[in-house]
Design a protein around this ligand. Structure first.
Ligand code: COA
Length: 387
């Protein structure tokens, strides 16, 4: 297996992008990533595109070919593949690109993600997202994603010492970070009171416990490490790539407050990199809801079960804390264009490791992790990157 590096990144601003189509967003992110890497289109061997539900959101399928075409690569007959794993589509597209380069089959590969969610209303969006859970046993009886994560939050709060205020601290921290990220959907800082007084969505989760509905795209370019310096002075190595799965329905899980696929993927990633949680300088976790960030920190092994709420309130996961979590603003404040999120996480970690994160820079960051979840934890991708 060859060592692999990220040599270029690009990410559109996230939000409600009425002026940009699905293909515009992708081309914008892809162009930024190629320019950042100094790679010409004809050098690309393959492309993987994370996309959850273009069929439901914009009535477009066959996304791999569409993207290759509008990237101007149709006449090169480039190998372009759509990767779908619900909200983990981006993380898995990065993993597929990593495998293609590591195996030696391809040299220069683009991993991207794109989603255009706001062309349909909230109801249609929430219903499309419900397809990431078990349609027959969950979606059919009305369980939405906020509803499913509310069940996780309720179970967690019954078993562990997490207060409603500590949960709100996750959103307060992520909005603080998002306010320092120029691509973030939400750029306003909030207080605990903002969260606690916002509309109830699914008890105990309120509006500000939820990630929003978002348009956006992100892309990265990978190359074998031995060739990376032909393109950039700042290659970022992929130290580990891991993936795990679990039951699609929440009620079939051993324990709904522990995402076993996160535990498995985290362990595999640490083993592959030969690292442990104490080696990680920052982590982008999948905070689709505030409770998801609490579970992720624990399930990845950064602390014991039941401790993440207290550590969040104490500032351990804030910028300047011992383990900054979601410096991008996370899904909560940066936004969550589902197919693009896993790639945006990689872009954020790469920016941090290059020392290019501006007002949200983690001093001396050398090793970062990404954690991308599909559904309520039926698919998880974890990556570790380092310089
Ligand atoms: N956090 C903070 N503010 C939000 C928000 C969020 N998650 N979602 C919407 N808003 C704001 C909007 O900016 C808007 O503000 P404005 O009036 O100042 O312009 C206001 O709330 C109303 O927005 P609207 O789009 O009408 O909200 P909505 O009620 O249609 O949708 C949710 C709110 C929570 C239902 C929707 O964001 C949602 O379903 N989120 C979860 C997405 C999800 O499940 N993703 C997959 C996870 S695995």
């Amino acid at each position: 297996m060859r060592d692999v590096a990220v040599i270029g990144i690009g990410c559109t601003p996230f939000g409600e992008k009425w002026g940009s189509s699905f293909r515009d967003l992708f081309v914008q992110a892809g162009t930024m990533a190629l320019e950042d890497a100094g790679v010409a289109g004809e050098e690309i061997g393959a492309m993987y595109v994370g996309n959850m539900s273009a069929g439901r959101f914009i009535e477009q399928e066959h996304v791999g070919a569409l993207i290759a075409d509008y990237a101007g690569l149709a006449s090169d007959h480039i190998a372009s593949t759509r990767v779908e794993a619900a909200c983990a589509s981006g993380g898995l597209s990065f993993r597929q690109a990593f495998i293609a380069v590591a195996s030696g089959i391809e040299d220069i590969v683009v991993a991207a993600g794109v989603e255009k969610m706001t062309d349909v209303g909230t109801g249609a969006s929430v219903d499309a997202l419900a397809g990431a859970a078990d349609r027959e046993w969950e979606g059919f009886v009305g369980a939405t994603f906020p509803g499913l994560y509310a069940m996780i939050a309720t179970d967690y709060m019954n078993r562990y010492p997490l207060t409603r205020e500590q949960l709100a601290e996750v959103a307060v921290k992520n909005h603080y970070n998002g306010a320092r990220n120029p691509i973030a959907q939400f750029s306003q800082e909030i207080t605990i009171e903002t969260v606690l007084s916002s509309s109830l969505v699914a008890d105990p989760l309120r509006l500000f416990d939820c990630s929003p509905i978002t348009d956006g795209a992100a892309a990265v370019v990978l190359a074998p490490l031995e060739r990376a310096r032909e393109y950039t002075d700042t290659p970022v190595r992929v130290l580990a790539s891991a993936q795990a799965s679990d039951t699609i329905a929440l009620h079939d899980r051993r324990d709904i407050s522990t995402l076993d696929a996160t535990v498995a993927a985290g362990k595999r990633a640490f083993a592959m990199a030969g690292l442990s949680p104490g080696d990680i300088d920052l982590v982008e976790v999948h905070d689709c809801f505030t409770i998801a960030e609490i579970c992720a920190i624990e399930d990845l092994g950064f602390c014991r079960k039941g401790e993440a709420g207290r550590l969040t309130a104490e500032g351990v996961t804030a910028l300047g804390g011992d383990l900054p979590v979601n410096t991008s603003g996370g899904l909560k404040a940066c936004g969550h264009p589902v197919g693009a999120t896993g790639i945006k996480q990689v872009c954020e970690v790469v920016q941090q490791l290059r020392g290019e994160a501006g007002r949200r820079q983690v001093d001396g960051a050398r090793i970062g992790m990404t954690h991308n979840v599909g559904g309520t934890g039926a698919t998880v991708a974890v990556h570790i990157l380092g310089v």
